[in-house]
Design a protein around this ligand. Structure first.
Ligand code: R5P
Length: 335
């Protein structure tokens, strides 16, 4: 039996899947991923997978070909189902961006727990393991009864910041909300910076207001650290508040660049100098937007896949001083 992993990709972030495959020195498995004329998702695995260790790489997000978030879910599920029925020995769902994570608890009556629904359908369909990155809330791991490796973009993002010289006691790392404090603390420790916290209120979904800032930002360059950028509102408002408090410059880093709606324009005209994200989601066309930087986390996924395939530790990838398993704390309920 071949020990090299077989990698398959849906359409949501094929560029990342190709990069991961290249770094593992394998080709992506042959599969047809398309739609029937009636818009239903159509999948066909086009090579033998019997007895093989397989990885299905699919971010839960919009695809460059126009397919929506829900198409990404269906593609992943149908690929997993097809692989299971074709007798793959173990199927790992590699979900660089785990969508549907924002509703991870009931904040009021009659709400779903969407992150749990995702976990249920992945498992029931046949995933035996999940590899993801910077879950919106670490406890989502507990929604699965199968192993979950929650990788971190932090080393990649910190290396970039260090190369740019953004790593000494003249810099302050800022969490844009209470839920992100633990993540920001880890960055501050890695970069030898101090820490500040913005407390935000969400009067309604996708809208936020800054309530208070704790910590000293005056006369310092600030790096706001977040897990995701959706509408850009959180970062825009946090940057305005920090600048009003006397920060000299504002940079932002986030793992997942969703850039929903008008986010690019909001951030382009914001007080933020540079917006740094990774390629867990495909980047929109940003020609003429020099503020935006995208870093690749393909090597982190390639390393994790290689270690899983050979039964080696995945947490070793992130050093001894932090746990990759508790980096994200839940955002408090909207108030
Ligand atoms: C919240 O808990 C997250 O960490 C992000 O701050 C938030 O989802 C970003 O959303 P937006 O860009 O729409 O403000």
């Amino acid at each position: 039996m071949s020990s090299s992993p077989l990698l398959f990709s849906g359409s949501s972030n094929r560029a990342l899947a190709e990069e991961i495959a290249k770094r593992l020195k394998v080709n992506l498995g042959k599969a047809l991923v398309s739609k029937f004329k009636n818009e239903e998702t159509r999948v066909e695995i086009q090579e033998n997978v019997r007895g093989r260790e397989v990885f299905v790489i699919q971010s839960i997000c919009k695809a460059p070909n126009g397919n929506g978030v829900n198409d990404a879910v269906m593609e992943a599920l149908l690929m997993i189902d097809a692989l299971r029925r074709a007798s793959a020995s173990r199927i790992t769902a590699v979900i660089p961006y785990y969508g549907y994570a924002k509703q991870d608890k009931k904040t009021k009556g009659r709400e779903p727990i969407s992150a749990k629904v995702m976990a249920n359908i992945l498992k029931v369909t046949g995933a035996k393991r999940v590899v993801t990155m910077d879950l919106h809330a670490a406890q989502i791991q507990g929604f699965f009864d199968i192993p979950v490796d929650n990788l971190m973009a932090m080393p990649t993002l910190c290396n970039y910041l260090k190369k740019e010289g953004l790593c000494d006691d003249r810099i302050v790392v800022v969490s844009p909300d209470a839920g992100g404090v633990h993540r920001a603390e880890i960055f501050a420790k890695r970069l030898n910076c101090s820490l500040a916290i913005v407390f935000k209120r969400r009067p309604e979904p996708d809208v936020n207001e800054v309530a208070e800032i704790v910590g000293d930002v005056e006369g310092r360059a600030a790096i706001i650290v977040d897990d995701m950028i959706s509408t850009g509102g959180t970062l825009d408002k946090a940057a305005q508040a920090i600048r009003r408090r006397g920060a000299t410059q504002v940079y932002t880093v986030a793992t997942h660049g969703i850039f929903a709606g008008e986010a690019i324009d909001v951030l382009e005209s914001s007080e933020i100098e540079r917006i740094i994200v990774t390629n867990t989601l495909p980047f929109p066309n940003l020609e003429g937007h020099p503020k935006f930087i995208q870093l690749s986390i393909a090597q982190t996924f390639a390393d994790a896949i290689s270690r899983i395939t050979t039964n080696r530790s995945v947490s070793e990838l992130f050093g001894d001083d932090i746990s990759p398993f508790d980096i994200a704390a839940p955002e408090p309920a909207a108030v």
